[in-house]
Design a protein around this ligand. Structure first.
Ligand SMILES: Nc1nc2c(ncn2[C@@H]2O[C@H](COP(=O)(O)OP(=O)(O)O)[C@@H](O)[C@H]2O)c(=O)[nH]1
Ligand SMILES: [Mg+2]
Length: 224
């Protein structure tokens, strides 16, 4: 079940609006809901239940009203043993946060597999940030910071280690890092679309001229 919830509405209707869809991925109990709720409310509650939710949250960032749609997913395995993300989720999302717990090596492997799935489906184009959560449990660390950083680097993603339990700042940085990557990719896509438009117009003009020349030649031939 996916619930939809809304946080505060835009205060200034004249402000530029940017909607972004973020999908939060990762194994069970790594802190996906904790990270999401921390970003939305600045609070850490402790227990979050097993509810899949899409939150909507409007925030002003650098003069733009950013409308964050955040899908806090549930980790599940289908009969073939393949895990999320689903086709529908991948089509929906502009950006991905892949969460693992630094004290759970299996969860790191899940994040690695989900990242591979993502890259296979969307190529290098999908903006993503790998997040190692539960940094406050350093004494139980099972995944080094280097490993996390290397995984992210190899897949062209951002990387951060955070503690949803202890601080808001790291969580905020992770969401904003992803926002930066999504904005970048939207600008590149817009430029590419603009360029394709120019190429289409130019080829229409020259294509038209070429037709005219051909017709003219035929006309000349007809005069002879
Ligand atoms: N120590 C610690 N516990 C955390 C942290 N983030 C989440 N948790 C705990 O980990 C458990 C699973 O968190 P939850 O957000 O429900 O995980 P999800 O299944 O990935 O959504 C809960 O008991 C949380 O209180 C963290 O940064 N540090
Ligand atoms: Mg959850």
């Amino acid at each position: 079940m996916v619930l939809h919830t809304k946080s505060h509405e835009s205060a200034d209707p004249s402000q530029q609006r940017l909607p972004v869809n973020f999908l939060i991925l990762g194994a069970d109990r790594v802190g996906k809901s904790a990270l999401t709720v921390r970003f939305l409310t600045r609070r850490f509650i402790g227990e979050y239940g097993e509810i899949e939710t899409v939150y909507t949250h409007n925030v002003a960032v650098d003069g733009t009203e950013v409308c964050f749609n955040i899908w806090d997913s549930l980790y599940s395995q289908n009969r073939e043993g393949t895990t999320l993300p689903t086709e529908q989720q991948m089509r929906w999302a502009d950006g991905f946060i892949l969460v693992y717990s630094i004290c759970d090596r299996d969860s790191f492997e899940v994040a690695r597999r989900q990242l591979q799935q993502l890259r296979r489906a969307k190529g290098g184009r999908a903006p993503a940030v790998v997040v190692g959560n539960k940094r406050d449990l350093c004494h139980r660390r099972a995944v080094s910071g280097e490993e996390g950083r290397l995984l992210a680097l190899a897949s062209g993603c951002g990387f951060l280690e955070v503690s949803a339990a202890e601080t808001y700042h790291g969580v905020l940085l992770a969401f904003h890092q992803l926002l930066g990557l999504v904005r970048e990719s939207k600008t590149v896509a817009k430029k590419a679309a603009g360029l394709r438009g120019i190429v289409r117009s130019v080829s229409a003009v020259f294509g038209g001229k070429r037709n005219k020349v051909t017709l003219g030649t035929q006309g000349d031939d007809a005069c002879l």
